[in-house]
Design a protein around this ligand. Sequence first.
Ligand code: ZN
Length: 234
Amino acid sequence: MPVKYYAHGRRDQMKVALTFDDGPNPPRTDQVIEILNSYGARGTFFVLGKWVERFPQAFERIIASGHAVGNHSHLHQTHLGDFDRAEAVIGNLLGRPTRYLRAHYFNFFTCLYSPVAMAPGMKIVDADVNPADYAKTDPQAIVQATLNHPALAGGSIIDLHDGTESDDDALRLARSLPMIQALPAIIDGLRAKGFELVSLDEMELIDPIEWQYDGRGNIASAEVRAAIAGLDGS
Ligand SMILES: [Zn+2]
């Protein structure tokens, strides 16, 4: 079975989905939720299993606030089994399987060997608007990179980060501050363009892309690279 993933929803509706990766990251995630809630906007949080394990209440606050969640692996590493390990933690608190999964570093290869990623009810979700907020320290630059992104349209999925995979607590708390400062202006700007901000639960995902091995798994672990090398010969 091929790996298929989605990068956007229906283009004929003025809906966009804000997605936040690499949390839960208290209290930054709570600050994001507070902003979203104050605007009546809904978001989707692609969480890391290791952070859900460390901060279960922060994860439960996302759920209690009515936002959607997805599996973004356990350690944010390209080890086979990393999505499955995360699902054990996330599914335990959700009480049901996760519906969305986001591969990190565009490495869809590990999805192939993940029963969780390949489950019939699971949608693998990428994004078509990537403002690279994690690499910017100026909030205004994040606002501009989002609102002026060439792919921004109805159905867009916007990739932001409320956390980091780093185990350095100082970095974890600092990394998302510029994005949080930018978020109100991003929401205002999207609304001014006529967009409604919805969670992935409220967006019909269309045009799945069939993943082809493209060499990007080269950043994977030695174990995964060996498996990819085996594929090339087949
Ligand atoms: Zn990530």
